[in-house]
Design a protein around this ligand. Structure first.
Ligand code: PSU
Ligand code: MN
Length: 305
């Protein structure tokens, strides 16, 4: 029945069958998170970094209504160039499938499709979370509910302070999702290594991380793990510059009445514009850094299974 919907690339299927390390990657970051051609260049380089660290990359998207696990270079090009690709979260999946459409998967939907294929590790830039002002707007990313239920470890650089990081951590705590700092006691805030908020656990190597995640799932404690990996210091942005950019982006979003699924892409685009592309270089570098850790974690987890 699943075969009707799911199309796993041969190389990925072989790796999964033989218990080799595989790392899932999302496609919203390609279609809605970065401009062309940097998006395509980054997506391809990320795949190479994962290979260089001993794992097989599986970029995930919906193409022609199929849930694709592992894409060709041509398919990544399509996602990067075509602005008709729909941002697809959990609720959108059945409709994109039914109309045989193309969808760029968010953290939530990438986790769903990765889990269907049997992939345990997913590397990306940043996760969605509780938006600032959520007390009024109820804008809470579906990513957080997915982390509550779906058994995939998500390696990210924390979350951007377009979100309310304190409320995001509270929400994850309620849902039983561990937030682990890789080599840090503090939640990184995407462009910066620090946020002022502590993580639940600090882990310093991929093997210890794999041991804890493996224990979680063997004990039947379903749900994901947030592995928060700080941006390398040399690519970190100046705290005041990025804070200012985010404040201005939030004001403009509010004035324009931007809501719902448009909110995150709008804010990301504005921040990029205000920092004159400086944020893009940081964004690319932190994704590379997460791809490397994702591969190392997948290799360690594969040893335990
Ligand atoms: N944060 C980023 N870059 C991104 C996203 C979030 O720094 O590209 C994307 C991810 O795909 C994430 C999604 O899953 O935005 C969250 O959107 P929403 O808040 O609408 O759930
Ligand atoms: Mn939202």
């Amino acid at each position: 029945m699943l075969e009707k919907y799911l199309e796993v690339k041969q190389e990925v299927a072989d790796a999964l069958k033989t218990g080799k390390a595989v790392v899932a990657l999302e496609s919203t970051i390609i279609s809605h998170g970065m401009p062309y051609p940097q998006n395509v260049e980054t997506a391809l380089k990320v795949e190479q970094i994962i290979r260089d660290h001993g794992a097989i990359p599986a970029t995930i998207a919906i193409l022609g209504g199929k849930l694709k696990v592992g894409l060709t270079t041509e398919e990544i090009e399509i996602l990067g160039k075509n602005n008709n690709v729909v941002k697809t979260s959990r609720r959108d999946i059945p409709f994109i499938v039914a109309r045989r459409g193309d969808g760029a998967t968010t953290v939530a939907s990438t986790m769903i499709i990765a889990a269907l294929a049997g992939i345990k590790v997913f590397a990306t830039g940043g996760i969605g979370g509780v938006h600032r002002g959520a007390q009024e707007t109820f804008d809470i990313s579906a990513d957080l509910q997915e982390l509550a239920h779906t058994n995939v470890a998500v390696v990210c650089a924390g979350a951007k302070s377009i979100l309310d990081l304190g409320l995001t951590l509270e929400y994850l705590e309620t849902q039983g999702v561990p937030v682990v700092g890789f080599g840090t006691e503090e939640l990184p805030a995407f462009y910066t290594r620090k946020s002022g908020f502590p993580v639940d656990y600090r882990v310093d190597d991929a093997q210890d991380l794999a041991t804890a995640i493996h224990a979680k799932w063997e004990l039947g404690l379903n749900g994901g793990v947030v592995v928060a990996n700080p941006i390398p210091a040399q690519y970190e942005m100046d705290y005041d510059t990025i804070t200012n950019a985010i404040e201005n982006a939030l004001i403009e979003a509010d004035e324009k009445g931007i809501k719902g699924k448009e909110s995150t892409p709008f804010l990301l685009g504005k921040v990029k514009e205000i920092t004159a592309g400086k944020s893009l270089e940081s964004n690319i570098q932190l994704v590379y850094n997460n791809a490397k850790l994702g591969a190392q974690l997948a290799v360690q987890l594969a040893k335990l299974n």
